[in-house]
Design a protein around this ligand. Sequence first.
Ligand SMILES: Nc1ncnc2c1ncn2[C@@H]1O[C@H](COP(=O)(O)OP(=O)(O)OP(=O)(O)O)[C@@H](O)[C@H]1O
Ligand SMILES: [Mg+2]
Length: 453
Amino acid sequence: MTRIKSHFVCEECGAVHPKWAGKCSTCESWNTLHEEEIVDQGSHLRPSLNVHSEAVAITSATAKVADRLSSGLAEFDRVLGGGIIPGSLTLVGGDPGIGKSTLMLQLSHHLAEASGPVLYVSGEESFEQARLRAGRLKTLHDRLFLLTETHISAIAPHLSAGRYTLAVVDSIQSVYSSQLPAAPGSVGQLRECANEFMRLAKTSGIPVFLVGHVTKDGVIAGPRLLEHLVDTVLYFEGEGRQSLRVLRAVKNRFGSTNEIGVFEMQDSGLKEVKNPSALFLEERPLGVSGSVVYPAMEGARPLLVEVQALVSDPHAGSPRRTISGVNPHRVALLLAVLERHGGLRFCDRDVFVNVAGGIRVEEPGVDLAVAAALASSLLNRPVPATLAIFGEVGLSGEVRAVSASRQRASEVAKFGFTRCLVPKNCSRDVTAAGITPEPALSIVEALKVALEK
Ligand SMILES: Nc1ncnc2c1ncn2[C@@H]1O[C@H](COP(=O)(O)OP(=O)(O)OP(=O)(O)O)[C@@H](O)[C@H]1O
Ligand SMILES: [Mg+2]
């Protein structure tokens, strides 16, 4: 289907308006609007993104590597892999009210200030609402342009005019194409509109951020479909603390997906948390059993977290296992190893394991810290406050080496720890970081040190 519509382009500044007016509302010049036809093609007729119709050797020097743009938020840049890639399409998902618009507005403001005009398409909020937020966040700027429009063919010309350094679409669920009879936010509309934004981003070189009302469980139509279409998928999540926000990349065509960015939501907007370890250890109780500090690796960055365990008498029926922040299957494995090789009995006790601060730790390097916390709680013997613990535990009770032991030990040193209980093979790295290693080959040896038996 090919439909022909028209809009009005200002000869002076290139701004696009849906209706004719004597004066351009963007640059305020008179009699500069002229009509232009828009040929709106069906998705099946859309030109390919691939500009080479001939095969080109991969070694050919024609490909130029575009410079990344800085978002002004180091935490955000790190998650993206070092900054924003021109022409990339990024989906920013998250629960309602988590702060997606706040984050995008702060990012837009920085780029408007540092690089050039930014287009913020607000499909959900009125101009006044969006302006009010911008005022509160102190993100008002002459080069930050708001467009309260939801029709894709009215948004597209703004992007294809190529005058912006960044475009944000808040949200993709509110944008629709009249080529489809379906309601905005339906799978068909999401696919159609996201595809169009992808084409616009690639052809204009403008990086485009799409805000999506999607949670990790993918409750709303289309999140998975959107994830496949876009270059990068970021999730903005609230962690255990009310004001703490964590940004993660779950897909990234231009960088790693291991990095996280930590922010704190304040009245004046999102503030970067430059030293998350300090934040996560802030409320750690000292001299209490069941608490162990573990140096986790989040991408290339070490992060100290507190692993907590509580072993108590069961209240009724079969004993409970309540685990959050670590893999429950690994905890089941560790309980079995502790029973078999450590001579400790958990089968008739309730077991709770938690990572303070609501952080999730996926790596097996947390095993030894979890095992020590469990044993510490069961025997009611605190782990020394100056001892940090990391290492993987095998089924035979052996303690195995983990990666990045030097970075982990260096982070531990920064926070006043003097000793580190580690797999034997990691001792040298720990010494090099200025920490006294407590090497262990087995879980039994490890528990002797951790509980000072
Ligand atoms: N003074 C304030 N006024 C409004 N919100 C505030 C204020 N101070 C902090 N906030 C925070 O800002 C959050 C709203 O942020 P934002 O609108 O960016 O979220 P969002 O993810 O875009 O939401 P939605 O899903 O509704 O689009 C609130 O949940 C609140 O935590
Ligand atoms: Mg919003």
